[in-house]
Design a protein around this ligand. Sequence first.
Ligand SMILES: [Zn+2]
Length: 78
Amino acid sequence: MDLIRRSAWGAPATSPAPSLLSAQGVTVHWLGAAWTPGAHSACLSKVAAIRKQHLADTKNDYVDIAYNLITCPHGRVI
Ligand SMILES: [Zn+2]
């Protein structure tokens, strides 16, 4: 697995979100439309933009990006 750490896309090294002690399931979310990033750097920019969008979401009161892991078309895990 090619894991891309948070610092690679401009997020703080650790998340302020509480850690999960257990999980009851998995939710898979997709962007909802085809997206062709080209270079992998575009994936990192997209993830940073998603985090910014989540932090601006006052309805859900997110403290960080609302995903545990993201995979990109280059086969990397962010
Ligand atoms: Zn990528």
